[in-house]
Each structure stands twice: as structure tokens, then as C-alpha cells.
Design a protein around this ligand. Structure first.
Ligand code: DER
Length: 235
């Protein structure tokens, strides 16, 4: 099975949790894309009705619109029944790293407002400690004096083994700009960070920081699709 087939299997399994009449948080990324496609298909076939989607990015909004999924937003629906989204890393306590697709702020707002948050991954996303891999831990920052903020992030991480902090660039060779008009500074940590909650608070206290990609204690369920089948882990 290819990685994309595993992503689709996890996504379709998550959509089994969807009931007619639900307000759904629609995730962003290559795994969540399959879930949104599946929801559109079940609506079209009449197997689901009265669904309202709350998209976590402009990209997902466009995909949902093209599928005819009725859309709304958090202002109209401050409580969401179920959100389905992918993740970049999942640790044994279901803490996540998200945001390598750049949508972490709206994802965290919407998934934080959800009664149930189902994460869908292929098995390659499972890690012992989040932030321990050489992959990016995204931080959304205001564009104003982003270098100052990046330096402050490096300062905070000094106490946790150190990190590189680099501005993310888009395909056009210019700074990547999020749906919210902000920049992303990707942190590459030297080693796993131990107590994540402390790090999380210290990062969020920096004035130029908007949000980071550690989703701690947020996932209710993680669906993991692997070569040997699908595993479901609950909080
Ligand atoms: O950027 C994001 O937050 C995505 O949800 C990411 O965490 C997972 O993307 P993928 O399903 O394409 O791996």
C-alpha cells in the first residue's frame, strides 16, 4: 500500500464518526483532503445530510466548495461537533506536531473548539517524542521584525537543547504568508524537549508569536493506518 492509500484508509475510517446534522471542522493537508472528499461523496449519495463544514484553511474551503459541502465559520458555530485533520507527528500521549502545511492557527482554533478531534495519520507519523525529529516545529509569527522574534525563539530554546529557527519560504522564493497574513518561523530542535507544556507557554509568551504547531492534549482519537491494518488510539 502506498503512503497515500494509507492516508485515504485512515481518512475514510474517521468519516465513519460523522453523523447527519453535525457541524464538522474540515482539516488541511494531504490526509485531511481524503476525508473532505469522502464527506462530499456521502453528501452527494444522500448517505449524509445537513452537514455544516468549518474549513481550517482557504485551500480546504475551496475543496469543500467544489464538493458542494455547505460551509460556515466559528463566529456562527463556536462549538463544533467533530473535527478531522492530519498531523505531522503523533507521540504516545497523542500530542501532535502540526503546521507543516502552514494552517496551524486556524486548525488550532477550530480543533480547540471541537467536542471531538479525530486525527488521521499513516504510521510514518508516529514518534517517541514530538519535536525530536529533524523536521520543522512551525511557529506562526507577525511579519513585523520577524528576525527579532526568531532570535527570541532561539533564546527560549537555549534552555531545551537549542534550535535553529528559520523563516519559511514559499515556492515563489519569497516569505511564505499564512491565510492570516503572518509568517512562519520553523524551529529545528537539537533534541527532544522533555516537558512540552512549559516550552509551549514560554513560546506563546513572546509578543511577536501568534501560535505554534504543538497541539498538546487536544486529540480525542488518533486513527493510524499501517501495512498491517488500522489502529485506533483514544485519549
Ligand atoms: O499542516 C498541517 O497542519 C497538516 O494538517 C499536517 O499536519 C498534516 O499534513 P499531511 O496530512 O499532508 O501530512
Amino acid at each position: 500500500l502506498t503512503q497515500d492509500e494509507l492516508k485515504r484508509i485512515a481518512a475514510y475510517k474517521a468519516v465513519d464518526f460523522v453523523k447527519s446534522g453535525m457541524v464538522l471542522g474540515l482539516g488541511t493537508g494531504s490526509t485531511a483532503k481524503h476525508a473532505v472528499d469522502r464527506i462530499g461523496e456521502l453528501l452527494r449519495r444522500g448517505e449524509l445530510e445537513n452537514i455544516v463544514g468549518i474549513p481550517t484553511s482557504k485551500k480546504t474551503q475551496e475543496q469543500a466548495l467544489s464538493l458542494g459541502i455547505p460551509l460556515s465559520d466559528l463566529d456562527s458555530h463556536p462549538v463544533i461537533d467533530l473535527s478531522i485533520d492530519g498531523a505531522d507527528e503523533v507521540d504516545p500521549r497523542l500530542n501532535l506536531v502540526k503546521g507543516r502545511g502552514g494552517s496551524l492557527l486556524r486548525e488550532k482554533m477550530i480543533e480547540g473548539a471541537s467536542k471531538k478531534f479525530v486525527v488521521i495519520v499513516d504510521e510514518s507519523k508516529m514518534v517517541k517524542h514530538i519535536g525530536g525529529s529533524k523536521l520543522a516545529l512551525p511557529v506562526e509569527v507577525v511579519p513585523f521584525c520577524w528576525e527579532f522574534t526568531a532570535e527570541r525563539l532561539r533564546g527560549v530554546m537555549e534552555g531545551y537543547g537549542g534550535c535553529e529557527a528559520k523563516l519559511r519560504f514559499g515556492e515563489n522564493g519569497r516569505a511564505f504568508v499564512t491565510d492570516n497574513g503572518n509568517y512562519i518561523v520553523d524551529m529545528y530542535l537539537e533534541k527532544d524537549m522533555g516537558d512540552l507544556r512549559v516550552v509551549s507557554d514560554e513560546i506563546l509568551r513572546l509578543p511577536g508569536v501568534v501560535e505554534h504547531g504543538m497541539f498538546l492534549d487536544m486529540a480525542s482519537t488518533v486513527i493510524i493506518a499501517g501495512e498491517l491494518g488500522v489502529k485506533i488510539k483514544n485519549k
